[in-house]
Write a protein that binds this ligand. Structure first.
Ligand SMILES: Cc1ncc(COP(=O)(O)O)c(C=O)c1O
Length: 362
């Protein structure tokens, strides 16, 4: 029997009554769009992160797009970001006619190297988007300091890090805007697409709320260009049900991540480093290997699935490689050849984890 890469079935089993009750409630009241669960979830997530505003949206991608639109990003603007991320981070920049400027990553955390950002700031730079990769926040203090010096907003792409902490503060509430995703496999997921924007800025929050509904400031009064970017009530209901055991899940993820760290470090496997002043929610538990293809094949044969996040840095993707010299982020290039993610879920058993580690070391 194969170990699930992410065990959503075990989570559903544990939460079945709450999830069904929440979904049934939406079916009964029938407010499928902007029903009461939308506001209930936004209120809960505001309290959880400490951010003044939470605006739920259709996906993590939409959260990034709406945030950039709210900041007034225009064709020709430059946005500094990492090439070692899911494509959505750069895609939304290009969709608005702006240019992603890729900065290389740290070899140990795989997050953007804050020390290399300032050299890329020009008079066209309009924002910085660090990504909290694998569930660990990047060096936000250093990034915020550069942003402040150059009067730039910072959008944390926290699609993988909801629940993580940086110096005691929650991911999503560490900069001008935080964007997360409720894609089913994310640390806090729904049963479809969903996402959220967090900010402490009233004007930005208002802009995001309007852009989410076609730029509408009042019914059929469109004062900005917007999108159809709402999160469905049913998906908010699912997140509300899952949120009930989220604290436990975060603790489990951290215990399992720490156990992986201990077992694998003892075996001399290179790991993604967790900085001591922050926590990770291990959206992915990722190791660094040199013979990845062979290793993945061998693990797959014994029922251990693995994945690669990500095999190609974005500045080397066919559609984006004209935007940046293909070899100007050598660390990202190297990491893309070595990273391999192992099964990770709050419900991963010690027995299965031992099997995974055993398979890796065989
Ligand atoms: C780093 C990062 N940014 C953005 C996204 C986009 O989120 P969504 O799939 O909800 O649109 C993801 C999701 O995979 C992601 O991992």
């Amino acid at each position: 029997m194969s170990i699930p890469f992410i065990d959503l079935k075990a989570q559903y089993k544990a939460l079945q009554p709450q999830i069904r009750e929440r979904i049934n409630c939406v079916l009964e009241h029938g407010q499928y769009i902007m029903g009461p669960e939308v506001k209930e979830l936004e209120d809960k997530l505001q309290t959880y992160t400490g951010a003044k505003h939470c605006i739920t949206v259709a996906s993590g991608t939409e959260a990034l797009l709406i945030s950039l639109m709210a900041l007034g990003i225009e064709p020709g603007d430059e946005i500094i970001t990492t090439p070692f991320t899911f494509v959505a981070t750069a895609e939304v920049i290009v969709l608005l006619g702006a240019k992603p400027v890729f900065v290389d990553i740290e070899p140990d955390t795989c997050n953007i190297d804050a020390g290399k950002i300032e050299a890329k700031v020009t008079n066209k730079t309009k924002a910085i988007i660090p990504v909290s990769l694998y569930g660990q926040v990047a060096d936000m203090d250093e990034i915020n300091a550069i942003a402040e010096k150059h009067n730039l907003p910072v959008i944390e792409d926290a699609a993988q890090s909801f629940g993580a902490e940086y110096k005691g503060n929650k991911s999503c509430n560490l900069s001008t805007i935080g964007c997360t995703s409720f894609f089913p496999s994310k640390p806090l997921g729904c049963y479809g697409d969903g996402g959220a924007i967090f900010t402490n800025d009233d004007n930005l929050a208002n802009a995001c709320r309007e852009i989410r509904v076609h730029g509408q400031s009042q019914r059929y009064v469109h004062t900005r260009v917007g999108v159809g970017g709402r999160m469905d009530t049913i998906q908010c209901a699912v997140v509300l049900a899952k949120f009930e055991r989220f604290d436990w899940e975060v603790k489990q993820r951290q215990l399992i991540g720490q156990r992986y760290n201990e077992l694998l470090a003892a075996a001399n496997i290179d790991l993604v480093t967790l900085r001591p002043d922050r926590t990770s929610v291990y959206a992915q538990y990722t190791v660094l290997v040199s013979d990845r293809d062979e290793m993945q094949k061998r693990l797959s044969e014994v029922g251990i699935p693995t994945a690669v996040h990500y095999p190609v840095p974005l500045n080397e993707q066919p559609v984006y490689n004209h935007l940046c010299c293909p070899d100007c982020t050598p660390i990202a290039e190297n990491m893309a050849m070595r990273v391999m993610s192992l099964p990770m879920s709050p419900d991963l058993s010690v027995k299965d984890q031992d099997k995974i580690v055993g398979g890796l070391l065989a």
